[in-house]
Design a protein around this ligand. Sequence first.
Ligand SMILES: Nc1ncnc2c1ncn2[C@@H]1O[C@H](COP(=O)(O)OP(=O)(O)O)[C@@H](O)[C@H]1O
Ligand SMILES: [Mg+2]
Length: 255
Amino acid sequence: MSLLSVEDLRLSFGGLAAIDGLSFSVDEAEIVSVIGPNGAGKTSAFNCVTGFYRPTSGRITLRDKNLLGLRPSAVAGLGVARTFQNLRLFGELSVLDNVRAGSHLWLRQSVLDALLHTPRYRRSERECTEQAHHWLDFVGLRGDRYGAARNLPYGEQRRTEIARALARRPDLLLLDEPAAGLNHGEKEEMLDLIRRIQGLGVAIVLIEHDMGLVMEVSERVVVLNFGKEIADGRPEDVRENPAVIEAYLGSDAHA
Ligand SMILES: Nc1ncnc2c1ncn2[C@@H]1O[C@H](COP(=O)(O)OP(=O)(O)O)[C@@H](O)[C@H]1O
Ligand SMILES: [Mg+2]
């Protein structure tokens, strides 16, 4: 059984088909990349899986559990975490608190415990902070953890967002262009981080434009073009696929 299964997904916005029949699956601890030109429907596909968009039709299951129609918080509760193409940190909150917000999802806390500041509540708060430090160490954050998240350099904010996603202890992590805007050295570190996340047993779906990174890290690559799936296969096969070359280079390339 696959961890994630997406079958014949379709999504339209007022008549415009953003996704026009996308099917792919992800196994446990597998890395699958979704690539394609801008506007191909990649982020929309993530939004469908995570409950931010409601697809027009199709099936999305996580270990045979239906995800369609669930709210984002319910999908997250089932073990799916994500990062955003445009970072969504709480800029005024500290870096540490941003990551703490991730672990609150799985710590069992009652409102009454919180109001009364019971020992159980204090213990769980402490655990939450320890976890946040652990994940910030894991992603290799170099900046100030106690300062506002918006003061971190861009690359460090990307790491913080990944730490927050990992604090949710996901089985599946969706990364939307994690290497965008990073310099060469930072990209190398991102590649290493993605591999270490896989090493934890977490499956990853990666949207990424850097083909070097995609080819290096992916077990499978799914290619979207204008909402249509034009290829799904091993990186070395996808790279040679004429439809993929055409989509990336346009018909001019044949001239
Ligand atoms: N909320 C939305 N409302 C209207 N159109 C949208 C919305 N989200 C995405 N789209 C459209 O869907 C298409 C795919 O967008 P997107 O999924 O962001 O592409 P990608 O991530 O591959 O660059 C684009 O034409 C985009 O304008
Ligand atoms: Mg996108």
